[in-house]
Design a protein around this ligand. Structure first.
Ligand SMILES: [Fe+2]
Length: 593
């Protein structure tokens, strides 16, 4: 049975293809459209999934979609009757529902002349999130939690799952939402773009939780593990907030009310200095999020008695909170798949339908490499076509078929302070670059962050860079030991190791690590091993291969990014493109081995 899963008409629209209960392909539309968080109908991601599987639209048996407008209908009606929300808000919701009904038409426009015989199955938004975590995790049974902004009138759902069954214990409904709380604080702190919450999480460690008492007025914990918002600080429940959700980059109007400025002082403008007060508010908001998150997890653990946990929803991208689960609760193992946010609804809805129709569990997602790959012939065609640009940039091109030699050469370049574009194999599923579309450099250099920002990234100085670590070395370098293949947990770097890897150690001694396993990415593992053999440090600094754009998908985009930045080398499959005369800055590392 072939199931096409969709997250559509929503941010991070995406498609996934599941054949007989095994994931074949998954990708976000933004990578093809080249617009971050692209919202709308994922026509190019669908076309990619079909071509990866070698099938046509008419071969698809079922289409799964991670929204069900009939879900929680009674609650919606009751809310509208009691609260009389702005009429424009109601009309906008109805328009959205009509666009969802248009999936067959949009498919017909995307694939003219092809027939569609698949049935379309709406799957309630949070059930799709829970399925996206549990049905692909390695646990036979687990506690399951989904927390986000909103989907199908609810913002959180939690319960237990065993085999193929997921049962929910509790939910939080509109207008209460931890995702809305975090997004409102993010806007207040001067970061207006959809998905900017990770920036607040990034600078929170610079502050103290001095505003926590005030911020507790915004989120109240309730006895069953749930939470409520102090609604006077928010606008989303009573006003028609401007937002753009279709065919482009998602945008939101302010979610917070003037009462928030009375509570915390004037908002920060996007260009204003980041002051100590802003750091303290960020730290306090992160602390509030963690209070509510662990309140929910502890209640769920007490009721379920389980020690394994599967997390999903946009809030499951809060890798700082995820990394504290073992310390703060009796849960011992945590699984968060690589597209934990709404993109993941494509696989969640597909697996939910597979199991609803009687399919067995026979798949574990232990890596993120479900996107397109480009073979040597395609890469050499691009290099030939762009030969003039490459020569004009004074670059050399070398084909190295021996993987060990290639890895050693690149490890040496990294150890000499060079910045490497590293492109091979299938593109990652989810927002993180995990060693197939990555920019790599030396984690030991105190000046590496500044060099990287100067050469490519030009991003805010407070944001940390992350390490990719050989899985077998995690316990030696970090205070926790777990498999974190999708960079979804932040651990403390061990005292005594921090000064050895300053470029990937955050101000509070933490690191958002990716653990790299030989069996799931042998080439990347070999590269890090080569770097370890040279330096005694079993990790490299890994940041996404992009420059203020979605992560690169095709080799052309990698080459363009290389040519317009000051990257030193680009590896495209077996080919190394090297800028002549790259400056090597001397560096005397601390002793690591
Ligand atoms: Fe969601």
């Amino acid at each position: 049975m072939i199931i096409l899963g969709l997250n559509a008409f929503h941010a991070d629209s995406s498609a996934a293809l599941v054949r007989d209960g095994t994931l074949i392909a998954a990708a976000e539309e933004e990578r093809f459209r080249r617009i971050k968080h692209w919202a709308g109908f994922p026509s190019q991601a669908i076309a990619y999934c079909l071509s990866e599987a070698g099938i046509k639209l008419s071969d698809v048996d079922q289409i799964a979609f991670n929204q069900d407008s009939r879900a929680n209908l009674l609650r919606k009606v009751a809310y509208s009757v009691t609260n009389r929300p702005n009429i424009n808000l109601v009309l906008r919701r109805l328009r959205n529902r009509r666009s969802r009904a248009g999936i067959p038409t949009l498919l017909a426009q995307t694939f003219p002349g092809e027939s569609l015989r698949a049935a379309i199955h709406p799957v309630e938004h949070h059930f799709a999130h829970l399925s996206s975590a549990f049905h692909v995790c390695p646990f036979d049974q687990a506690a399951v939690v989904s927390v986000d902004g909103f989907g199908d009138f609810s913002s959180a759902a939690w319960g237990v799952a065993a085999g193929i069954d997921i049962s929910t214990y509790g939910r939080v409904y509109f207008p209460h939402s931890l995702g809305i709380f975090y997004q409102a604080i993010t806007q207040y702190l001067g970061f207006p773009h959809y998905g900017d919450e990770y920036k607040v999480m990034g600078f929170a460690p610079y502050g103290r939780p001095a505003f926590l008492d005030s911020i507790r007025k915004m989120v109240r914990l309730v006895p069953d593990g749930g939470f409520e918002l102090g609604l006077e600080f928010f606008r989303h429940h009573r006003e028609d907030i401007a937002y753009q959700w279709m065919n482009g980059s998602p945008e939101f109007g302010d979610l917070f009310s003037p009462a928030l400025e009375h509570l915390l002082g004037p908002r920060r403008g996007p260009r204003d200095e980041l002051e100590e007060r802003h750091n303290d508010i960020a730290r306090s908001a992160q602390a509030m999020y963690e209070e509510a998150f662990f309140h929910l997890l502890k209640d769920l653990q007490r009721r379920s008695g389980l020690t394994d946990l599967a997390l999903a929803g946009g809030c499951a991208m809060n890798s700082v909170a995820n990394g504290k689960v073992r310390r703060n609760t009796p849960f011992r193992r945590v699984y968060v798949q690589s597209a934990a946010g709404d993109a993941g609804g494509a696989i969640g809805s597909a697996f939910a339908v597979w199991h609803k129709l009687g399919g067995k569990r026979n798949f574990v997602m232990d890596h993120a490499y479900w996107g397109p790959a480009y073979d040597a012939a395609e890469i050499s065609k691009i290099l030939r076509a762009r030969g003039y640009d490459i020569a004009n940039a004074r670059c050399t091109v070398e084909d190295i078929s021996d993987e060990a030699v290639l890895c050693r050469r690149i490890a040496e370049a990294i150890s000499k302070g060079q910045v490497i574009g590293w492109f091979h194999g299938r593109m990652e599923w989810g927002p993180r670059a995990l060693g197939n579309r990555s920019i790599l450099c030396d984690p030991r250099r105190p000046d590496m962050k500044a060099m990287l920002n100067d050469k490519i990234k030009r991003r805010e100085s407070f944001r940390p860079f992350a390490p990719s670590v050989m899985e077998e070395a995690v316990a030696e370098w970090f205070e926790e030991d777990d498999s974190v293949p999708f960079m979804m947990q932040v651990f403390q770097v061990r005292q005594g190791k921090r000064e050895l890897i300053p470029a990937v150690t955050h101000v509070d001694g933490s690191g958002r690590l990716q653990t790299v396993r030989r069996s799931t990415n042998p080439r990347y593992h070999k590269l890090i091993e080569s770097f370890r053999d040279l330096t005694g440090v079993p990790m490299v600094l890994n940041t996404s291969f992009n420059e203020n754009e979605p992560v690169v998908c095709r080799p052309e985009e990698a080459l363009d990014c290389f040519l317009r930045t000051k990257m030193d080398k680009l590896v495209l499959g077996n080919v190394i493109i090297a800028r002549r005369g790259s400056v090597v800055v001397d560096f005397n590392p601390g002793k690591a081995a």
